[in-house]
Design a protein around this ligand. Structure first.
Ligand code: ADP
Ligand code: ZN
Length: 525
């Protein structure tokens, strides 16, 4: 039966608060939910962290029958379903990780109308058996997550996604909602074509947060750099400082407090009471700085966070965007500030390569990290890069990032890169940045002499530069994938570096000058 929009909205809000405990939808969510609940198709383009899931989860609960979610992220399905079950949603999934008996159980529950939501891998959905099953089951909607995978042109093309045209053909009366966080014009056109969504309502959110000033600097003395930054630009402001480890959270918070900053620590190792206290203070008091691991921030909606600082690298561009996005929700000028150094790059790369995650997941994560590192090393407008990562093209530099405000010098560093690569190569691709730098500078340290590295032709070839330059150069080589980080911080020349060593390609690198903060700092004050 058709419902008045107001009534739909009220029911949606009731489910949102009863099941998820949230008080309100984010702007566009309410419109999307209403559209889908009323049985219409929709295309949703929303940044990661924007809240796409609720756009099909809430309608799945409000419409009769089960919401079918098509997702290529098999590795995440179980977690997503477990999370829903914790909220009391009757959810299940079907993919290749299930044994036969579990598949039968899920199918039976589906037919018996005992499910609210079912996550399905596309190859499973396309099986004749599954399609026939769905024709006999009460289906509330189809949500096609990561819908950009339908596009042959995208980097994420999945052949099975290309066949999802079967949905409009066989289930013409069941609403389809396609969702993605990455879609340029061509991808968008492909989604509309394959899923027959021409004429569907389109909800396209921009990823841009114009009031956030993006800044990335070389890590020199992180705590002092942070304090300088806070004192110079955000004295008395509320902010979030992200650190990788619980220990550095504790230490940083303590140190800031001794320096007169109202800082509180937050990480998963604290008691619920301590965490609540930190959160309450942050939300209710003026100018509290939370020093936290990534555990902090989910579901926290404080409008006047004036800065987000990263003392360690996030894991991906999505992570970075999401975490920095907690600044300036009120639209007023805010800063996303980060420092990072060679050790961080080596560390995160190593953690990634040593994780037990499935190869597929590791590959995706490595690519995401590389995108972030490219962003960090950028010599062009950061906002352009950030938006481009999310498929949003922008022709003009933004004028509100460190690169725009203070353009770095770029120069041909091919020769220096060759020197560093050859130092790694000639020492067996197993020494760290400090040792390689000693060789390049011609420092006859105990270790250098003991290994006989003072006899190499590379010894001392880099004397005309200082240590800082070499550290910066090596960091950029690691970030850009010419050097790979192995065990014990050892660096090895990669296949990618070969062309560079042979002189077949050149390398333009940013000159890491000292960070002249003056220009940047004055802008919004
Ligand atoms: P996406 O799929 O777009 O990346 P998610 O659906 O995972 O985003 O949502 C990101 C985060 O925002 C989640 O922690 C989610 O619980 C939270 N969130 C989404 N919508 C709301 C809302 N209306 N109120 C509060 N938190 C929300
Ligand atoms: Zn810019």
């Amino acid at each position: 039966p058709a419902q008045a929009p107001a009534e739909t909205d009220a029911r949606a809000l009731e489910v949102l608060s009863r099941v998820w405990g949230y008080g309100a939808f984010r702007d566009v969510q309410a419109d999307i939910v209403r559209t889908v609940v009323e049985g219409n198709n929709a295309l949703v383009l929303m940044p990661t962290g924007g809240g796409k899931s609720l756009c099909y989860q809430v309608p799945s609960l409000l419409r009769p029958g089960v919401g079918i979610v098509v997702s290529p992220l098999i590795a995440l399905m179980k977690d997503q379903v477990d999370a829903l079950r914790q909220f009391g949603v009757r959810a299940a999934f079907l993919n290749s990780s299930l044994d036969l008996q579990s598949v039968r159980d899920v199918e039976a529950a589906l037919l018996a109308g005992e499910l609210d939501m079912l996550y399905v891998a596309p190859e499973r959905l396309l099986l004749p058996r599954t399609l026939e099953l769905l024709e006999r089951a009460p289906v509330a909607l189809f949500a096609i997550d990561e819908a950009h995978c339908v596009s042959q042109w995208g980097h994420d093309f999945r052949p099975e996604y290309g066949q999802l045209g079967v949905l409009p053909r066989r289930f013409p009366d069941i609403p389809r909602v396609a969702l993605t966080a990455t879609a340029d014009d061509r991808t968008r056109a492909d989604i509309l074509n394959v899923l027959e969504l021409r004429g569907a309502a389109q909800f396209i959110s921009s990823f841009d947060r114009p009031n956030i000033q993006y800044r990335v600097a070389n890590k020199e003395g992180p705590k002092t750099q942070l304090l300088d930054f806070i004192h110079a630009e955000h004295r008395g402001d509320a902010g979030i400082v992200y650190c990788l480890s619980r220990k550095s959270v504790e230490q940083t918070a303590q140190w800031l407090a001794t320096q007169g900053v109202d800082a509180v620590p937050y990480h998963a190792g604290l008691s619920p009471r301590e965490r609540n206290h930190a959160q309450e203070r942050f939300l209710n008091d003026e100018g509290v700085v939370v020093v936290a691991t990534v555990a902090f921030g989910m579901g926290i909606d404080k409008p006047n966070v004036r800065f987000v600082a990263h003392l360690d690298l996030p894991k991906s561009m999505e992570g970075y965007y999401q975490e920095t996005g907690r600044a300036g929700r009120d639209g007023l000028p805010s800063t996303a500030w980060m420092v990072y150094g060679l050790a961080d790059v080596v560390n995160v790369k190593r953690m990634l390569s040593q994780s037990d995650a499935p190869e597929e997941v590791k590959r995706v994560e490595a690519a995401k990290l590389d995108a972030l590192l490219t962003y960090c090393e950028a010599a062009t407008c950061r906002r352009q890069l950030l938006l481009a990562y999310f498929g949003e093209e922008r022709n003009e530099p933004c004028g509100n990032c460190d690169i725009c405000l203070n353009p770095p010098k770029v120069r041909d560093a091919t020769r220096e890169a060759q020197m560093a690569l050859s130092a790694a190569h000639r020492t067996g691709n197993r020494f760290g940045a400090a040792h390689l730098t000693d060789i390049l500078l011609g420092q006859p340290t105990e270790k250098v002499v003991a290994m006989g590295h003072h006899l190499l032709p590379t010894f001392g070839v880099g004397k005309s530069h200082d240590e800082k330059m070499w550290r910066g150069l090596i960091r950029q080589l690691v970030s850009l994938g010419h050097l790979a980080a192995g065990e014990h911080y050892g660096l090895s020349a990669t296949g990618k570096s070969r062309a560079l060593l042979k002189g077949e390609t050149t390398l333009m690198l940013r000159e890491d000058s000292l960070i002249p903060r003056e220009k940047v700092r004055k802008r919004d004050r």
